[in-house]
Design a protein around this ligand. Structure first.
Ligand code: UD1
Length: 430
């Protein structure tokens, strides 16, 4: 199993190209199940989660072709991929595949809309909490589907003439369930209104792509989304938006080490609240023609309290990274996690580097320390693992992060991007 060795203490200076967003690429790829034409996606990041979803889609009958060689865009590895699902050959998404990646459960929406049925394994628990699927099931029921749960699988069936437009108010905001409702309602008979919908930029990106495929969706990016059903969707070409979590992660890395970095190909609107928080912490962030410039020179890191919230609030996917930054602040800060239970597994690992963090329920109290010291640490989930990298970049001496397969799920060429800015990060294969 690969590990990552970091020699800390260097400032970051240079350019980091930002990849296409994993969390947009996954639902966009799943949308290819909705049409027998070809959906072409540009700027798809080269990540373990994307490869896993390619396998899952292949199982349902999606032919995939990747443009001969990697696209040369801002020197990023992101690729253009063509997806064609002439016929759905299998409406079952088996446990062996779904249990590896929760987002693969989302195929339930397109399969149900196009084929009238879907047999999809429940995703099961995951490291950051129980993550149930009740909102998906209730939402699809509002479109006329019937649901049975048997043997760990959801068996969803549409009415004889197909799904029907309906009205559904989410009792709790869910990004995934909003994606699924938009996909399913696009092919329903009649109009669907979703209230308390997720407003994340990835939801807007999916709506844009579905509209390019012939769907009639309005309101994406607000809490109320209206979808007028159409009888079929056609092919389209769509470019995946930049990864805001990767953007925020590198911005925090620069805030942590000090330095001056251009995050290329990304935009401030994708991060909203999180950038303001980083500014309060002492980073200077400005928009440039090519992206975002993040600078921290001389001044220290200020303590700032954050509470994770659905977009446009501070994202839970940046919580661990922000906590790493706060370990070096000049005072006491608090980080409250409201989206997922059990998303504090990085706390024990950060403590191994000398961080002073105490937990009380869903709130962490972080007392900034003058220095962190390198140590062996273990990655526990995707975002937690990168928080350890950020801490390692600022720690004295060597930090060895094990279980880096978590990182490979969501960060494209992490070592290379950091090293080009002066970091010393090396992958070690055992
Ligand atoms: C997506 C992102 C993930 C991010 C999360 C929150 C992808 C691939 N993943 O995950 O990186 O951390 O949004 O921004 O885009 N919930 C229920 N019932 C449901 C569905 C969700 O109770 O049926 C709960 C979850 O347990 C969680 C909260 O709702 O507490 C938000 O989850 P959700 O927005 O659905 O997260 P994902 O879409 O899985």
């Amino acid at each position: 199993m690969d590990r990552i060795r970091i020699r800390g203490g260097n400032k970051l200076n240079g350019i980091i190209p930002i990849s296409g967003a994993k969390n947009a690429a996954l639902p966009l790829m799943i949308a290819s199940l909705l049409t027998s034409d070809t959906l072409t996606l540009e700027n798809v990041p080269h990540l373990a989660d994307v490869e896993q979803l390619l396998r899952i889609l292949g199982n349902h009958g999606v032919d995939v072709s990747v443009n001969g060689r990697r696209e040369r865009q801002s020197e990023s590895y992101s690729r253009t991929i063509h997806f064609t699902c002439r016929t759905v050959v299998d409406t079952t998404a088996p446990y062996e595949l779904v249990s590896k990646m929760r987002a693969s459960f989302w195929v339930i929406g397109p399969l149900l809309a196009r084929e009238g049925r879907a047999h999809v394994s429940l995703p099961g628990g995951c490291a950051i909490g129980t993550r149930p699927v009740d909102l998906f099931l209730e939402g699809l029921q509002a479109l006329g589907a019937t649901m049975e749960i048997e043997g760990g699988y959801v068996k969803a069936t549409a009415p004889k003439g197909g799904l029907v437009g309906g009205h559904y108010t989410f009792p709790k905001i869910s990004v995934g369930a909003t994606h699924v409702m938009m996909m399913a309602a696009s092919l329903a008979n009649g109009t669907t209104v979703i209230e308390n919908a997720a407003r994340e930029p990835e939801v807007v990106d999916l709506a844009k792509c579905l509209n390019a495929m012939g769907a009639r969706i309005s309101g994406a990016g607000t809490s109320t989304i209206t979808i007028e059903g159409v009888t079929s969707l056609h092919g389209a070409r769509h470019r995946v938006l930049p990864d805001r979590i990767e953007t925020g992660t590198y911005a925090m890395a620069v805030a942590m080490t000090g330095g001056d970095v251009i995050l290329e190909g990304t935009g401030a609107e994708l991060l909203d609240n999180a950038l303001d928080t980083l500014r309060l912490a002492g980073a200077e962030i400005t928009e440039t023609e090519s992206g975002l410039r993040v600078v921290r020179n001389g001044n220290g890191i200020q303590p700032v309290d954050v509470v994770t919230e659905p977009f446009p609030g501070f994202p839970t996917d940046l919580q661990a990274q922000f906590m790493a930054l706060m370990t070096r602040s000049s005072g006491v800060s608090h980080v409250t996690e409201t989206i997922f239970e059990n998303r504090f597994m990085h706390v024990q690992e950060l403590a191994r580097l000398g961080a002073r963090i105490s937990l009380s329920g869903q709130m962490a109290r972080i007392e900034g320390v003058d220095r962190l010291k390198g140590a062996p640490v273990m990655a526990t989930d995707l975002r937690a693992s990168v928080s350890l990298v950020i801490a390692g970049l600022a720690a004295e001496g060597e930090t060895m992060v094990s279980r880096v397969y978590h990182l490979d799920r969501g960060f494209e060429r992490l070592e290379e991007k950091l090293n080009r800015c002066g970091a010393e990060v090396e992958r070690v294969s055992d």
